[in-house]
Design a protein around this ligand. Structure first.
Ligand SMILES: *Cc1c(COP(=O)(O)O)cnc(C)c1O
Length: 390
């Protein structure tokens, strides 16, 4: 292939004229940082996921940091989570001065295995940080059972899971973010289902948490700058506590509001593509396809397949790239990174490591055509054949 970019990328954001127009209006309005667009985005996001509160922040990572602080994670504490996730999941635990305690995943769903949870808990455990990896909901019911029995808070890393859901008792789909645990944290990075460039959201039922998020994201200030700006009285703000600058801008929020309107359609397209992958890929011998539990509704942020054990991951990926198809290796493991060399691993993590080493993520994005998808399947099939003959 002579082009410098692969013909089929791993992902593609769904941003169009309407988003550009929304950003343009804000730029020309005279108020560009956190203001009325952020407030409207929060109200609309809360309505879509069915949460009483939603607070917008600058990224999924900053959302996770504030969620852990809100449930009282402090230096010396432990937070039980997975190593098999984007590194931000583990990093935010360390921002709080706490130690991540890693639990292995269920190889079928790539999510925290609830059976391994209780043995990871200690007197120091302050929270469980579970991940809806690649948009697939983790087994919250089982995780919450263990957490409640021990009086431990649960934070959902829902960075990938905007538009995912779980089946409720009444047979209805309950969106991730309701939230099912104490706080759910979303990301609007371009690799996720909807994007604002960068951005994040926290949803919770606890009014006190929501008020705290709003102070923390704005330097710990006693009064929001929109309030000061609109006041006919002179207001002197104060800084009663340490805060951060974790604001989303109104430019981003205006884009997010348009993206949110597209969400249902984008997820429907992704689900159709995932179904079709599962159908056509079943013909490739030895390939293990991702599993959606009967109670889960994934937004299919990523579609992750496990290669036959004897096939080298990098070689398969290179063959695919040579034929114009971009892929990624399985989700990383934080405990294998140099930045984690001094964080002890207390439980063996064989399924996490195997998923990183033997899985590849295939391109999936809402604009993908059946022809694109057939090209991916063809490239994967011939790569597997070539590598197994070599
Ligand atoms: C993307 C991602 C994050 C970080 O979100 P940002 O918005 O990029 O900060 C955290 N956790 C998981 C599982 C993610 O996929």
């Amino acid at each position: 292939m002579s082009e410098s970019h692969p013909a089929i990328p791993i992902a593609k954001p769904d941003l169009y004229e309407e988003e550009a127009e929304a950003a343009r209006s804000v730029i020309l309005s005279g108020w560009v940082t956190q203001g009325p667009e952020v407030a409207a985005f929060e109200t609309e996001f809360a309505a879509v996921v069915g949460s009483p509160y939603a607070c917008a922040v600058s990224s999924g990572t900053t959302a996770l940091h504030l969620a852990l602080l809100a449930v009282g994670v402090r230096p010396g504490d432990e937070v039980v989570t997975v190593s098999h996730s984007f590194i931000a999941t583990a990093n935010v635990v360390r921002y709080c001065g706490a130690t991540p305690v890693f639990v292995d995943i269920d190889p079928a769903t790539f999510n925290l295995d609830p059976h391994l949870l209780s043995r990871a808990l200690s007197r120091r455990t302050q929270a469980i940080l579970c991940v809806h990896q690649m948009g697939m909901p983790c087994d919250l019911a089982a995780i919450l059972d263990v957490a409640r029995a021990h009086g431990i808070a649960v934070i959902e890393d829902a960075a990938c899971a905007t538009g995912s859901g779980v089946l409720g008792g009444d047979g209805q789909i309950e969106p991730i973010g309701r939230p099912h645990a104490d706080v759910a944290c979303f990301s609007f990075h371009p690799r996720k289902a909807i994007t604002t460039g960068d951005g994040g959201m926290l949803t919770t039922r606890e009014r006190g948490f929501d008020e705290q998020f709003r102070r923390w994201r704005q330097h710990g200030m006693s009064v929001a700058d929109t309030v000061r700006h609109a006041s006919s009285q002179v207001i002197f703000e104060s800084y009663p506590q340490l805060g951060y600058n974790y604001r989303l801008t109104d430019i981003q929020a205006a884009v997010g509001r348009i993206q949110l309107k597209r969400l249902e359609d984008l997820v429907r397209r992704r689900r159709r593509l995932a179904d079709r992958y599962s159908e056509v890929l079943s013909e490739i011998p030895g390939l293990v396809l991702p599993v959606e539990p009967s109670w889960a509704r994934s937004n299919w942020q990523s579609y992750c397949v496990r290669l036959p054990a004897e096939l080298d991951q990098r070689t398969v990926m290179q063959h695919m790239l040579d034929s114009g198809v971009s892929t990624r290796r399985g989700v990383m493991c934080a405990h294998r990174e140099p930045a984690y060399a001094d964080v002890p691993v207390r439980q063996p993590l064989p399924h996490s490591e195997a998923a990183q080493d033997h899985c590849i993520l295939l391109p999936i994005y809402a604009q993908m055509t059946e022809k694109n998808q057939d090209a991916v399947v063809g490239a994967l099939r011939s790569a597997c054949e070539k590598v197994s003959k070599a």
